[in-house]
Design a protein around this ligand. Structure first.
Ligand SMILES: Nc1nc2c(ncn2[C@@H]2O[C@H](COP(=O)(O)OP(=O)(O)OP(=O)(O)O)[C@@H](O)[C@H]2O)c(=O)[nH]1
Ligand SMILES: [Mg+2]
Length: 363
């Protein structure tokens, strides 16, 4: 099928075309950039929801519960389950869970699992691009489930409009979650498995941690019964990842944006307890994003990052594949091991192939 006819069927809403477009994008098949470029103007309708947290926290069960909830409200849902290929996993694959309650037969739901792969763009980029395809197809919600154990997983979750961090009593205390970087990523907290002992204590700890942090950075803001972290998070995230010359951070969100009070919700995903409240909270977050301009800011940041990612991917291809960088590295392994050359020398020689001037400059 040509890309033109693929796009035609895609636009007509055919599932097979969606599936095929996702495969092309996920595997960086020939023409994947044309597909993404053609869909670019259709982006921005879907509410992108990231669900992350420790292995076995119940993310897939919660995702299945959210799908059910949205389907009851006639919303269409696309799901990307980034499969935990790590040995830590305690849960079933989302697909297994979904098959159990027959969501898979529903035309309003589309689920794609993605596993770690060796492509140049990396899993995080592929996940974001597949989310774009689902957005362009017309899903109302696009949910991305990832295990929150590494930076790239957190990056995936943070690329959502709304990021839900799922914790459970057995995953340790709030301090551990903070160390794992989960506090930074969260727009909403869910304490799942609230049927188990320790859930109330963990919920209190997380709330307290959020208050402490917001207290430190929000000294000049009038007293408030909630937590003001999101505006601060938004500002610091922008400062971290966007170069100074791109002023996506003005005016300062701390001053101009009413704060988002990060909720700490309790759920029992298996019985669906608390799921309606979670869905309501997600809607409140989206309203807040829209009303404050934070949604546009996050999307602007996403687009800036996409250009950077794409430049990196193109350069990687040139250096490692087209200019034989991978082969040169391979040939140098022995010399590297016996100490007759250094990683810096080898890197300079590889970089020289596209940067003759800079490659030889020590620095
Ligand atoms: N007691 C209790 N068990 C739950 C609850 N939610 C999920 N579980 C169970 O916890 C286990 C893991 O659930 P999953 O939904 O697969 O967890 P996950 O976070 O997606 O797991 P990974 O994707 O492997 O990291 C399963 O056996 C679920 O049945 C809950 O609210 N209470
Ligand atoms: Mg899972």
């Amino acid at each position: 099928m040509s890309h033109d006819s693929l796009l035609e069927s895609f636009t007509a809403g055919r599932r097979a075309a969606l599936s095929r477009a996702i495969t092309i994008v996920e595997n960086e098949r020939a023409g994947f950039r044309d597909v993404l470029a053609a869909l670019h103007s259709r982006l921005g309708r879907a509410h992108r929801i990231g669900i992350t947290g420790p292995p076995g926290a119940g993310k897939s069960t919660l995702t299945a519960a959210l799908i059910e909830h949205y389907r009851q409200h006639d919303e269409r849902v696309g799901v990307i389950a980034v499969d935990p290929t790590s040995p830590f996993t305690g849960g079933a694959l989302l697909g297994d869970r979904i098959r159990m309650n027959e969501i898979s037969l529903d035309a309003g739901v589309f689920i794609r699992s993605m596993a770690t792969r060796g492509s140049l763009g990396g899993l995080a980029l592929a996940t974001k691009e597949v989310a774009d395809v689902m957005d362009a197809y017309g899903f109302d919600r696009v949910i991305v489930e990832t295990v929150g154990v590494g930076q790239s997983e957190l990056d995936i979750a943070s690329a959502a409009d709304s990021t839900v961090v799922v914790l459970v009593p057995e995953s340790g205390d709030a301090i551990q979650a903070m160390k794992a970087g989960l506090m930074e990523a969260a727009d909403l907290f869910v304490i799942n498995k609230s049927d188990r002992p320790g859930a109330d204590r963990l919920a209190r700890e997380v709330s307290m941690m959020l208050h402490l942090r917001s207290g430190n950075v929000m000294r000049n803001v009038p007293a408030h019964h909630g937590v003001n972290l999101a505006a601060v998070k938004a500002g610091s995230a922008a400062r971290r990842s966007v170069p100074d010359s791109v002023n996506v951070n003005a005016p300062s969100p701390v001053e101009s944006v009413p704060s988002w009070e990060i909720p700490v919700l309790k759920t029992i995903a298996e019985t669906r307890a608390g799921v309606t409240e979670l869905a309501q909270s997600l809607d409140s977050h989206r309203s807040w994003l829209t009303a404050t301009g934070e949604l546009s800011r996050r999307r602007r940041k996403r687009i800036t990052e996409r250009v950077r990612d794409e430049v990196a991917r193109r350069l990687q291809r040139v250096v490692w594949e087209e200019q034989g960088g991978a082969a040169l590295l391979e040939e140098s392994l022995h010399a590297l091991e016996d100490g007759s050359t250094t990683p810096y020398e080898v890197a300079a020689r590889i970089a020289e192939r596209i940067l003759p001037a800079q490659g030889t400059t020590p620095g």
